[in-house]
Write a protein that binds this ligand. Structure first.
Ligand SMILES: Cc1cc2nc3c(=O)[nH]c(=O)nc-3n(C[C@H](O)[C@H](O)[C@H](O)COP(=O)(O)OP(=O)(O)OC[C@H]3O[C@@H](n4cnc5c(N)ncnc54)[C@H](O)[C@@H]3O)c2cc1C
Length: 474
């Protein structure tokens, strides 16, 4: 039996089903709803937008740490239908198109991760999760804008005045959502970095002459330039290429905004052979790269409200682990709550979730910021070292130019491997075995001790004796 299939059986079911109210029906909210239903909890997702408006048409890269979760959830066939498997990254210079080398994922390493590296679009992933969540009995309400959260009473208020109560409130409403502000006590929107990502798609027909060479074997094409970068990869059965340009910009923008940017305007520095075709690309969405200080608490002091996904840890847009961490969050939350047998455990499980997820997402986010800045390095000593290192490895015939490079690149690469190999559901189970079970035993022992001391407590009897004695003396 393959490592992948060992988890394909039904997961542990909770003996104490709760009602989870999930604010936000993005990837994090739908993943949490799917995972919670899988272990027997009830899930109601409240999404302020309509189904069509909350799905983006841009590309999403799905790393092995994400796909392995979806495989465990029985979603491999659905993914295989909508996503492409990729094994290769090709590196070029942004301005000249000079070849820097390629990196082919080591099959041994990929096998160990028990996942695949896959490419699809935001709306396809959204649909896969929505379909699974609703098949399992989760409810998703669109047009349900949550305007207030009363944590003590476990109640949310919708814009239309309707109030809804749950046992646990999950804030999956993104970096600007009401949940993050409720947990922190104020709105905190991070600060601009001066870097922006432009997200769009182009038909493969419009890049016909390059498709065979650049996107052979579903390769991810990465171009490093002076303060610019481009990531481009095939989607939709290779009919289209997802384009993500990074560059300097001080204008603001978010996912969900109308596409407003003409691609030729932002691709002025791009290698002319590709630039000529860019007028055929659809208008791009501008998404600011914002930096956020970590928030200390993901769980409200006032009761059972926890933030997940972008609401807990906003990532730079278009990065591979942004989506993966949102799905991991849902998976870990559900794994912990599969062990729930009494209400008194709720707050402990929410704090365990924070403990398990904070360090992991912090490391992944630092890596992703590192990647964005690494791809867009200004021309200088550092970028020359990066490029010459890759060129030298490519000249030796290496197919893994990221491996063994000097300094930071090597560190980044090691981090990527660790992040891919991680199995968040196993980590949640380990927490239960190492801490949860011990805690339960300690509580059981306390209860037994209390019961035993109640049995041995003769104080009531003493009172009676004294009273009787007094009576007799009278
Ligand atoms: C419209 C859209 C398109 C995107 N497209 C891409 C893409 O093409 N490629 C890519 O890599 N990433 C994309 N992303 C980002 C990606 O979804 C996230 O990086 C990651 O998946 C984590 O998502 P999340 O669910 O935590 O947060 P988000 O994706 O931000 O989802 C939060 C959800 O909460 C809802 N919400 C907010 N406030 C409230 C409220 N008060 N009441 C109820 N609901 C509320 C929002 O409408 C949204 O649907 C997109 C995000 C959005 C919102």
């Amino acid at each position: 039996m393959s490592a992948e299939s060992t988890k394909s059986g039904p997961p542990l079911q909770t003996s104490h089903a709760l009602d989870f109210l999930i604010v936000g029906g993005g990837i994090a909210g739908l993943a949490a709803a799917t995972a919670l239903r899988r272990v027997g909890h009830n899930a109601l997702v409240l999404e302020k937008g309509e189904r069509a408006s909350v799905r983006g048409s841009g590309g999403v890269r799905l790393p092995p740490n994400l796909t392995k979760i979806l495989f465990h959830w029985g979603l491999k066939p659905a993914l295989m239908q909508k996503a492409l498997v990729s094994h290769t990254m090709t590196f070029m210079r942004y301005e000249s198109g000079d070849y820097l080398g390629e990196h082919v994922w080591d099959t041994g390493i990929l096998k160990e991760t028990r996942g695949d590296y896959m490419l699809c679009t935001h709306d396809d992933l959204h649909d896969i999760l929505y379909d699974r969540a609703t098949e399992l009995g989760a409810q998703v309400r669109y047009g349900a804008n949550v305007v207030d959260i009363d944590v003590e009473n476990r109640e949310v208020t919708l814009e239309n005045g309707e109030k809804l109560v749950g046992d646990v409130l999950v804030g999956a409403d993104g970096e600007y959502g009401v949940s993050r502000a409720t947990v922190v006590g104020q709105s905190i929107n991070g600060h601009p970095t001066g870097v922006v990502m432009y997200d769009t798609v182009i038909s493969s027909d419009d890049l016909k002459e390059h498709v065979q060479s650049l996107w052979k074997d579903n390769a991810i094409f990465t171009a490093f330039g002076h303060r610019h970068a481009l990531l481009a990869y095939p989607i939709h059965d290779t009919d289209e290429i997802a384009l993500q340009f990074y560059g300097p910009d001080n204008a603001t923008g978010n996912y969900g905004d109308e596409p407003s940017v003409d691609v030729p305007e932002i691709a002025e520095e791009l290698d002319v052979r590709l630039r000529l075709h860019m007028k055929k690309a659809r208008k791009a969405i501008r998404v600011s790269v914002r930096a956020h200080d970590d928030i200390e608490d993901w769980v409200s002091d006032d009761g059972p409200l926890v933030v997940i996904g972008e609401a807990a840890h906003p990532f730079p847009p278009g990065t591979i682990q942004a989506t993966a961490m949102a799905v991991e969050d849902g998976a870990v939350l559900a794994k912990l709550f599969s062990h729930l047998s009494e209400n008194r455990q709720i707050q402990d499980f929410l704090y365990a979730f924070q403990e398990l997820r904070q360090a992991r997402t912090r490391a992944a986010r630092a890596g992703e910021f590192g990647n964005v800045f690494y791809m867009t390095l200004e021309d200088g000593e550092e970028s020359r070292t990066r490029d010459s290192g890759m060129r030298a490895k490519a000249a030796e015939g290496a197919h893994n130019v990221l491996e063994g490079l000097a300094g930071d690149v090597s560190r980044l690469w090691d981090q990527i491997r660790t992040i891919f190999g991680y199995d968040c559901e196993d980590e949640a189970d380990d927490w239960w075995v190492q801490w949860g079970v011990l805690r339960e035993r300690a509580i059981e022992r306390d209860t037994e001790d209390q019961a035993a001391s109640a049995l041995l407590d003769f104080s009531g009897l003493t009172m009676q004796v004294t009273e009787t004695a007094t009576d007799e003396s009278e």
